[in-house]
Design a binder for this molecule. Sequence first.
Ligand SMILES: Cc1cc2nc3c(=O)[nH]c(=O)nc-3n(C[C@H](O)[C@H](O)[C@H](O)COP(=O)(O)OP(=O)(O)OC[C@H]3O[C@@H](n4cnc5c(N)ncnc54)[C@H](O)[C@@H]3O)c2cc1C
Length: 514
Amino acid sequence: MRDVSAGPVHLERRSFENWSRMIRVDDVLTATPKTEDEALSIVQWAADQGYRVRPVGSFLGWSPLAFVDAANIIAIDQSQMTGLTGFTYEPVPAATFRAGTTLAEAVKALEEIDNRGESEAPGWAWPDYPGIPAVTLGGMLAIGAHGAGIRQRDDQADLFGTVSNLVLGFRAIVSDGDTYVIREFRRDEPDAAALLVHLGAAYLLSVTMRMVPNSFVGRKVEYPNWQVAYAPAAEKGSIQALVEEHGRVQALWFPFTETPVVQHFTDEPFVEGPRVTEPLTVRLSPNLPVAFTTAYTRLLSHLPWITPLVERSTLSEMRHLSPPDAEWHGTTGNMLLYVQRETLRVVSLAYAVHARRDQVQEVVHALATKFDEMLHEYAYAGHDPITSCLELRVTDVDRAEGLGIPGAVPAMLSAGMPINDSERVVWFDLVTTPGTPLAWQFYAEYESWLWTRFPGYLRPEWSKAWAVSPDGPWTDTVILERVRQAISPAVQTWDRLDSKGVYGSPLLDRLRRP
Ligand SMILES: Cc1cc2nc3c(=O)[nH]c(=O)nc-3n(C[C@H](O)[C@H](O)[C@H](O)COP(=O)(O)OP(=O)(O)OC[C@H]3O[C@@H](n4cnc5c(N)ncnc54)[C@H](O)[C@@H]3O)c2cc1C
């Protein structure tokens, strides 16, 4: 196939495959700009020639946020547009990165910046973020990514929401009439609200984000009885109580097992003794090469009845990696990045459920008991559609006022944006292996219950599976229509800032169509 040029920039044809291996696209015209001006000339060329442009990060997500075929697409490889470009201390601590920077690169660079005695831990950090080192800042901000954690002390910034709420400003390529230009956006500008989470409707070149002094954390993993962890009320040992006590908590419950895996990271002073000095040293799940996970998925889809057995051995493996009496200590950067690429390739139904702080346990209890009830019903009928687990994390809602910037606008499409009186977000993932019989039906039934149980207090996690019908994710027309209406306030801004329709994604196209 012939290679072509976009103006002065060379294009080559490449293949892309997402992490779960559910999307694969070959022969995509791809540019690798080294400078903002090169990126701008690609976008202008694409606008003039009728192409669409999609920057690609690490292609980790599940939903079709980039492309599903190569027709009229120019992919942007951002591997030459990475790194920290500046840090300022006033009026609030802020770091600027190119958008192709990965989380691992960013947290490492931040630990090396002098924090002027703000903390005994080295440098700066974000309060919480996803556990996967390879994710890029551009990819995280497109979907409003989250980690786990709540604000526990008055001396902490009120910023334990999504990473999109930490943005103070960004540079993006947008249209001005028929011409595309590089424009600087500040967090107090109304237009920024629609671009802080944009689902593929923008191209960010760099981003300036609010920082907090880094901290040391201690990690422990507990294996409580499920009836205590998911109890109806917030008693001792319940997830709500553990979140209040430790701040950053993650719970995984494998079907038909008695003890969920509850991992927590607690802020602490420097602790003498063995320390974690690299990301991915602590891990929840074992390393599994792709060949193994392919065979495993195939095996479970043909013999789903062995699922309970497999679940129990997964739990034993986790106990082996993280015994209940072990402790780990280190900086946030070395401790909070613990999800390796080479692990079981799964898919997740994922939502954010909003609640007041005193309602967290009620939400957790409802999510877990429904999960368990449905598993038993399906098992009784001879089906095991969930081969992994129910995963839960809790954060605060996004608080734009926590940034310390007068007039900061909210991230309009962030799943963490407060709803009515909500204070906390319970993020859950219902995880299985793609191809498992009746998995979509199980997801669809659970999701339909969700909308009835938490009306008005729900948002889907953009990068994962939602609007599931028995045909698969992003196909349930009723839920797609609800979501379409919810995102409609952002659409006008997107259309104005992209007059030639250069940006977009298959997911967005589906949502914009009435
Ligand atoms: C194993 C695993 C664990 C995960 N854990 C978490 C988690 O803990 N929390 C969480 O919130 N999410 C999590 N995710 C989801 C992940 O955060 C999202 O899928 C994220 O969008 C992936 O970023 P990426 O760099 O791979 O971007 P890609 O998947 O390559 O791209 C995603 C979207 O971002 C757009 N994009 C990329 N760069 C730019 C840019 N510069 N300007 C504009 N748009 C851009 C792309 O065009 C696309 O629309 C996880 C995913 C996996 C596979």
